[in-house]
Design a binder for this molecule. Structure first.
Ligand code: CDP
Ligand code: CDP
Length: 218
């Protein structure tokens, strides 16, 4: 089985490109950011609004989470409830970094990701996040850092939103990256990690670049 690990900052194209490449390769796809978001959502739903580390760690005991790994039938459920859209809400984005910096959360989710990877039935899996190339599967067959200039990343995120929320989003995006960077380094490629800079590439070209790296390694 081929494991493809992809890290990068917000808006670099990780989720969309990983999904597109997984479809083309007939691989499974794992969005690890969705797991961190699902836990943040679960904490908010359960009134852990101060989001102190001990409350978050306690919430892990009741966190019943399921994620789909079929790139064409992607789902995220918490306690059986579909949360695909809810986990993208701004209130979740605003607190997800505070949840993700708790070491117990990281080790809990890392184990879960490794189990999902181990039990994949497809010929390969593309796993994307912030610490996949360095912590979750540092021995992955293909390790990629997907980057894009800050300007391009902001423009991509803004294009998905109304103009009124675009300015707020740009500010939130860079402060979230700054906060996340204090926990894991996803701005610089670790040894053996190939950088794919998508600033000048469109979506299809970025998918092709990833697919080519995977085919070269197989
Ligand atoms: O899609 P976007 O770039 O907005 O973020 P995401 O991939 O959904 O990740 C949401 C948050 O989860 C990040 O801002 C990180 O705080 C956290 N995360 C992490 O700590 N480690 C990962 N492997 C993936 C996400
Ligand atoms: O997961 P991440 O935050 O890294 O980014 P994403 O949500 O996959 O991508 C953000 C947006 O950029 C999506 O609408 C993609 O279609 C778009 N994109 C693009 O315009 N050009 C690329 N080369 C890659 C992604």
């Amino acid at each position: 089985m081929t494991v493809v690990a992809i890290d990068g900052p917000a808006g670099s194209g990780k989720s969309s490109v990983s999904k597109g490449a997984a479809v083309e390769l007939d691989y499974a796809y794992l969005d690890t950011g969705a797991a961190y978001r699902a836990l943040a959502w679960f904490c908010l739903e359960n009134g852990v609004d101060t989001l102190g580390p001990s409350e978050i760690i306690e919430a892990l005991d009741d966190f019943d989470y399921e994620i789909g790994t079929d790139p064409e039938q992607y789902f995220v459920r918490v306690g059986g409830e579909d949360v695909v859209e809810a986990i993208r809400e701004p209130r979740v984005t605003a607190v997800v970094s505070s949840v993700a910096r708790v070491p117990e959360v990281r080790s809990f989710l890392t184990e879960l990701f490794r189990t999902i990877i181990r039990t994949t039935e497809k010929p390969g899996i593309i796993v994307e996040g912030r610490d996949i190339t360095t912590v979750v599967v540092p021995d992955a067959e293909v390790r990629i850092l997907l980057t894009a200039s800050e300007e391009a990343r902001m423009a991509r995120r803004s294009a998905e939103l109304s103009t009124e929320s675009a300015a707020i989003t740009a500010q939130q995006l860079s402060s979230r990256d700054a906060q996340d960077s204090r926990v894991v380094d996803f701005m610089n490629a670790a040894d053996g990690v190939v950088t794919v800079d998508s600033t000048e590439l469109d979506f299809e070209q970025t998918v092709s670049a990833v697919v080519e790296l995977v085919r070269d390694a197989a």
